[in-house]
Ligand binder design. Structure first.
Ligand code: HEC
Ligand code: HEC
Ligand code: HEC
Ligand code: HEC
Length: 161
């Protein structure tokens, strides 16, 4: 491609991104972030998506009443991007644990584990990642048992890679 063509292509991408953002955002102001939503992941990770979809995380926003869905205090743990509650992003989604996916979700990046990690993929999700929400401020009875709770959201194989 010549320089002009590259520039034109970039411009097109920018225009499409702007139009998409303004037409889907419910907020008065368009919020800039790198979250793409679980539907994007579903196209390649159907089994993981099905397991997640059956888990309480997928329904974390619906748990809240209409008033609570506007309360920033509740949104902090019950949805992925508190500032952007468009339908495609609500609840505790893939990227709440695996990191914002705009840059790692393209096929050619995903096939390269090293590059994907450099572009925000968190492949290992440890107890500290859960503790961001599963902590004393959540209504759980008793302490969070990482090993046991991890089994309840299982969507991976135990085979070493
Ligand atoms: C275009 C297809 C595609 C899309 C879209 C995609 N992935 Fe992947 N993903 C792959 C492939 C291929 C691999 C590597 C093989 C494997 O482990 O399944 C992978 C691997 C992974 C891994 C394991 C990485 C490792 O090295 O252990 C995670 C976690 C992951 N993807 C999360 C996501 C999330 C979250 C999204 C959505 C934001 C997403 N992927 C979107 C194709 C995709
Ligand atoms: C972004 C916040 C957030 C993160 C990060 C998070 N969770 Fe949750 N989790 C929630 C919320 C909110 C609920 C309650 C959902 C509902 O029922 O509405 C929940 C519910 C659960 C439940 C079902 C209730 C229970 O305790 O049995 C399990 C299991 C669970 N989470 C496991 C995990 C594990 C394991 C991790 C880390 C790998 C994790 N969660 C990370 C917010 C989070
Ligand atoms: C620090 C993170 C955090 C905050 C802040 C938070 N929640 Fe939660 N919430 C959780 C987690 C984690 C669970 C799952 C607890 C469990 O069962 O282990 C949960 C569970 C719930 C449940 C029970 C869901 C069920 O099916 O049993 C309700 C209702 C709820 N939260 C409402 C709220 C409301 C309303 C607010 C705001 C006033 C709020 N939460 C703020 C993390 C949080
Ligand atoms: C509550 C946190 C959480 C959410 C939400 C979540 N994951 Fe995961 N994911 C994990 C954990 C924990 C592992 C196990 C890897 C590890 O030890 O960290 C994992 C592993 C994976 C793997 C590796 C699979 C393998 O066999 O090695 C893929 C791919 C993946 N997740 C994709 C997704 C996709 C796609 C979604 C949404 C549809 C999603 N995850 C939602 C926590 C989460």
């Amino acid at each position: 491609m010549t320089g002009t063509r590259v520039l034109l292509a970039l411009l097109c991408v920018a225009v499409i991104a702007t139009v998409a953002a303004s037409s889907t955002s419910t907020a008065a102001q368009v919020v800039e972030h790198d979250y793409v939503g679980a539907d994007r992941c579903k196209s390649c990770h159907a089994a993981e998506f099905a397991a997640w979809g059956a888990s309480p995380h997928a329904r974390a926003m619906q748990t809240l009443t209409a008033a609570e869905q506007k309360n920033p205090r509740c949104l902090a743990c019950h949805t992925m991007v508190p500032d952007d509650v468009q339908a495609a992003l609500v609840g505790v989604q893939c990227e709440s644990c695996h990191g914002p996916g705009r840059h790692y979700s393209p096929a050619w990046v995903m096939r390269d584990p090293v590059l994907a990690r450099q572009l925000n993929l968190l492949a290992k999700v440890d107890a500290a990642a859960c503790a961001r929400c599963h902590n004393d401020a959540s209504p759980a009875m008793g302490a969070f048992d990482f090993a046991a709770k991890r089994e309840l959201i299982k969507h991976w194989s135990d085979e070493p890679k």
